[in-house]
Ligand binder design. Structure first.
Ligand code: PLP
Length: 282
């Protein structure tokens, strides 16, 4: 596969960076993961807006305009056989002698690759997935889509070790998110999400779900969600660029939901999934 590194298109296995890159030394960089459907970047402007906000927070100059980024992504997408792909962009502060202080005037390192999109399997969509819970021990700048992902890696492994798909995190008894997804609670027919803060990544699906909810007539509300509300939820849903919308049907081994739908994907999920698939084609 081809990738893009600092202005050069080259085979992925030939792409090399300096050991003094601050991304390698400090995790001092950002990334984006952009879904591509039918060779078109999905919600590209929203991904760019988040990238721009993140770069400003880190005081890293944006190496490209939105059109420049789009041209790069399209160039790579065109080299791949799959129509549906996931474009990965990484920008680090650049290469410098090791020092915590941000050096002035560095040229950021820019890396872009693309991989075939692997959406959830039909089995996962029809039966839902198992998740486990853990304490959110990550830092308080979770709004930044940082490549410093050790906290997320440690969190994800908790579920991987138990054969589960995600780790749902609670901070002081309140839902934050999962290791690489946002988490949504269905309560009395309404979709509830955690308010945006430094404890969660503002997933591109926040605003997308708000739009889809408005379209299909589901109430959408961001408010603090207690752990007890998560455990008593009618439905639990994961979202991310790769998972799209995916129902959680077991949490810590317990079936999610009530009555006939206990342990099964629910109606709010089903409507959002359908609306999401329509949105992809627009
Ligand atoms: N939360 C975390 C920690 C993530 O890494 C991600 C990324 O996939 C998300 C939430 C979901 O964000 P998005 O919908 O932009 O993929």
């Amino acid at each position: 596969a081809l990738c893009h590194l600092n202005g050069e298109l080259l085979p992925l296995r030939e792409a090399k960076i300096s050991v003094l890159d601050r991304g390698f030394i400090f995790g001092d960089g950002l990334y984006e993961v952009i879904p591509v459907y039918g060779r078109r970047c999905f919600r590209f402007a929203e991904h760019m807006a988040r990238l721009e906000r993140g770069l400003a927070k880190l005081r890293i100059p944006n190496p490209h305009s939105r059109d420049g980024w789009l041209a790069l992504a399209r160039e790579l997408v065109a080299t791949q056989p799959a129509d549906d792909q996931l474009v990965y962009i990484e920008i680090t502060r650049g290469v410098a002698p090791r020092d915590h202080v941000m050096p002035e005037g560095l040229t950021p390192t820019v890396f872009v690759m693309t991989n075939p999109m692997k959406p959830p399997s039909a089995e996962q969509r029809h039966h839902g997935v198992a998740c486990v819970t853990a304490r959110d021990f990550r830092w308080e700048r979770g709004d930044i889509k940082s490549v410093s992902l050790l906290g997320n890696v440690l969190a994800r492994q908790i579920s991987a070790d138990q054969g589960a798909v995600e780790t749902v995190l609670f901070r002081d008894g309140w839902l934050t998110e999962a290791s690489s997804s946002n988490v949504w609670v269905v309560h009395e027919g309404a979709l509830l999400g955690t308010p945006k803060s430094g404890h969660v990544l503002e997933g591109i699906r926040y605003d997308l779900l708000a739009e889809l909810c408005a379209e299909v007539g589901i109430a959408y509300n961001l408010r603090p969600i207690a752990e007890s509300d998560v455990r008593a939820a009618d439905e639990l849903i994961l979202t991310s660029a790769t998972k799209e919308v995916l129902p959680i049907t077991r949490l810590d081994g317990e079936p999610v939901g009530h009555g006939a739908l206990r342990g099964k994907p629910g109606p709010v999920y089903a409507r959002l999934y359908e609306a999401y698939q329509r949105a992809k084609l627009e």
